[in-house]
Design a protein around this ligand. Structure first.
Ligand SMILES: [Zn+2]
Length: 150
């Protein structure tokens, strides 16, 4: 073991010097450890704990978002991917991707409602429901018109 190896870090909040040896032992792939950062991570002072809680909440929020958008994607696939059984007109993949992006914007609160009508006459509506759940409604309707121009 190198004698120059730093095994102490200082918590950025309380200034307490902490032994980070066991943390480094548990995370052997850290090449260039940020001693103070690690000390702050393992410190038990109030500020460091609050920082960790906020970080964990952010991670949880990220997984909720991921799950919500995954569900939106499933619904979009279910409604708009072609279904030969039901003789449903499929909407092409790129357009489905746009619908997914719209669901993402609605989930983020940037867009309230969007309607896309394909040249095949499939109308896709993605809108906010304002509910506490995921809060996205996805609708499909078809405007089956037959018109002959002569
Ligand atoms: Zn601290």
């Amino acid at each position: 073991m190198e004698t120059t190896e730093k095994t102490f870090g200082i918590c950025r909040y309380c200034g307490q010097m902490l032994n980070i040896k066991s943390y480094l032992a548990l995370h052997p792939n850290i090449d260039d450890p940020d001693e103070d950062g690690i000390a702050t991570l393992i410190c038990d002072c109030k500020e460091a704990r609050r920082d960790r809680d906020a970080h964990e909440a952010a991670l949880r929020g990220e997984s909720d978002r991921f799950e919500a958008l995954q569900k939106a994607e499933d619904v979009i696939e279910e409604l708009f991917a072609g279904n030969t059984h039901q003789k449903r007109i499929g909407v092409d993949e790129q357009t489905r991707e746009i619908l997914h992006q719209l669901a993402e914007r609605i989930y983020g609160g940037f867009v309230d409602k969007a309607v896309i009508t394909t040249t095949d006459g499939v109308k896709a509506t993605v809108k906010s429901t304002g509910s506490a759940a995921i809060g996205i409604a996805i609708e499909r309707s078809e405007t089956k018109k037959e018109k002959k121009e002569i």
